[in-house]
Write a protein that binds this ligand. Structure first.
Ligand code: PLP
Ligand code: TYF
Length: 397
């Protein structure tokens, strides 16, 4: 059985962390993986999480199985967060939400559900997109295509190309959209462009699948969730996967969800029953701890306030690093213009660094970035930024 099995390729992003961990250079920096680090270069344990865990420890509870679709309090809190507490789709019982194993788990539940009920659809993802989108939808059995997205010349979105493509793909196609903070480019659509996308997707009967892994890292919690709300109001169906890996710094707890907006409450009930079937045959029911922590924080006013402040702190720190990056490069490499970096949103920047420049940064300076030139701005801090800027200025000379 195993004799003829070949080595699978490494995940290109997670592979960078392995190489970084093995590097002995004391100045090394990992700008590869999309993880938020604080100014000390550490993955933070949020205060709101620590306090919620302390609260939970005060009344220790047995760990029986959760319902198939997860903790009810969690699912409710997720709905209110992604659709807004006053959302019509919640009032009309047209939205269903199931706790999932991170954002990845939400995407995979949605993909498996769609393969069962829309087996002949094809999937369209942005060019480029998160490393795992293509593989995940392919492993659910779909053919995956790209729609144009990034324009290297303007370092922004090729909106003409994108909307033109959405106008030609067949009705029933599944369109994966980054709700905010596009990974890997950092280039998001404007409000007017979103409006046009929503109109084309709705009119043409495409199935939107919104991936929201960075709610709160762009302009704010409500601001970043706006697109989800607009899609929901457009009528449905809509699929939304969301993740708390980054916004709660709970990467290893695997907390996320899949929400589906149906056209009627009756449809929604049937959808949920089928979604539970997908979950049952995959992992039966989700784990308790992360869901309980997030539900506790979101439904306890003081903790909720603390979380919003801590999330704002992360968002602001990334912005400061974007500004410092641009200003410092202006001094060290005045012939180059990096102003686009402050226009990008979220953790990432498609920096424009070429593969040979990325190789040189790694080999000569122990600075690790993705081959495409994507850097994680959230890995910059007041201690490493001067070293990183000096190195970048040298490799782009
Ligand atoms: N979707 C996007 C666009 C991401 O960048 C990530 C990154 O981790 C995920 C989904 C997966 O999130 P999670 O780690 O919660 O599975
Ligand atoms: O894009 C990133 O860096 C994050 C983390 O297979 C990540 O989303 C990267 C690759 C992967 C899982 C998570």
């Amino acid at each position: 059985l195993f004799a003829s099995i070949e080595m699978a390729p490494r995940d290109p992003i997670l592979g960078i962390t392995e190489a970084y961990n093995a590097d002995k250079n004391p100045n090394k920096s990992n700008l590869g993986v999309g993880v938020y680090y604080d100014d000390n270069g550490k993955v933070p344990l949020l205060e709101c999480v620590r306090k919620a865990e302390a609260l939970l420890m005060e009344k220790p509870a047995a760990r029986s199985y959760l319902p198939i679709d997860g903790l009810a309090a969690y699912d409710k809190a997720v709905q209110e967060l992604v659709f807004g507490a006053d959302s019509k789709v919640i009032q009309e019982k047209r939205a269903v939400t199931a706790q999932a194993l991170g954002g990845t788990g939400g995407l995979k539940l949605g993909a498996d559900f769609l393969k069962r009920f829309s087996p002949n659809s094809q999937v369209w993802i942005s060019d480029p997109s998160w490393e795992n989108h293509r593989a995940l939808f392919e492993s659910a059995g779909f053919v995956v295509n790209n729609y144009p997205y990034y324009d290297a010349a303007t370092k922004g979105v090729n909106f003409e190309g994108m909307i033109g493509s959405l106008k030609t793909i067949p009705a029933g196609s599944i369109v994966v959209l980054h709700a905010c903070c596009h990974n890997p480019t950092g280039a998001d659509l404007t409000d007017a462009q979103w409006k046009e996308v929503i109109q084309v997707v709705t009119e043409r009967g495409l199935i939107p699948f919104l991936d929201m892994a960075y709610q709160g890292f762009g302009d704010g919690i409500a601001e970043d969730g706006k697109v989800v709300r607009q899609f929901a109001e457009a009528g449905g169906p809509v699929f939304i996967s969301n993740s708390f890996s980054k916004s709660f710094s709970l990467y290893g707890e695997r907390v996320g969800a899949l929400s589906i907006v149906a056209v009627t409450a009756d449809e929604a009930a049937r959808v949920l029953s089928q979604l539970k079937r997908v979950i049952r045959t995959n992992y039966s029911n989700p784990p308790t701890h992360g869901g309980q922590v997030v539900a506790t924080v979101l439904s306890t006013p003081e903790l909720r306030k603390l979380w919003e402040d801590e999330l704002a702190g992360m968002r602001v720190r990334i912005r400061e690093m974007r500004e410092a990056f641009v200003n410092k490069l202006k001094e060290k490499a005045p012939d180059h213009n990096f102003d686009f970096v402050t226009k990008q949103r979220g953790m990432f920047s498609y920096s424009g660094l070429t593969k040979p420049q990325v190789d040189k940064l790694r080999d000569e300076y122990a600075i690790y970035a993705v081959d495409t030139g994507r850097i994680c701005v959230a890995a910059l801090n007041t201690r490493n930024i001067d070293y990183v800027i000096d190195a970048i200025a040298k490799v782009i000379k």
